[in-house]
Design a protein around this ligand. Sequence first.
Ligand SMILES: [Zn+2]
Length: 198
Amino acid sequence: MQYPEPIARLIASYMNLPGIGQKTATRLAFYTIEMKDEVVTEFAKSLLSAKRDLSFCHICGNLTEEDPCSICRDKTRDQGTILVVEEAKDVMALEKVREYHGLYHVLHGVLSPMEGTGPEDINLASLISRLHNETVKEVIIATNATTEGEATAMYLSRLIKPAGIKVTRLAHGLSVGSDIEYADEVTLLKAVEGRREL
Ligand SMILES: [Zn+2]
């Protein structure tokens, strides 16, 4: 039996989400139909608002309601340090620690020859242009401790060091393969404090 068109569309929409297969999507779709009207309306509004009202900061690539983002606008932050992360959610994880007061740069990915992701496919050109600003003294690379994350760190280091800028890598209390977004605050704090020069 074919599902009616509206539910088939809803199932297809859920299947666009990562880790959601046909079975889960079907369960979620039928669950959604059972939900109260106002709950569904709120859900739909929050989806649209998250997409419409947020954009990426043109300076650092962080997710923001206002461009430039509040971190880039904050002149009390240490303008001499840029911490490089893979995803915007890593910025939020590190900001929770409250011990880092410099700036950020979000790559929106990592280099991955296996998946055909090269330097031009990530938010790298804008990082290099930020480094031409003389105030930057240190770049802290906080890509995840995966093969791609390490390779990206090495690539960045080779690219940036010749400009006379100190390049450091987060210390790994973070275990291999672990993601910054899942690390607890104490681990992250130690990782920032114990960063080593590349
Ligand atoms: Zn920004």
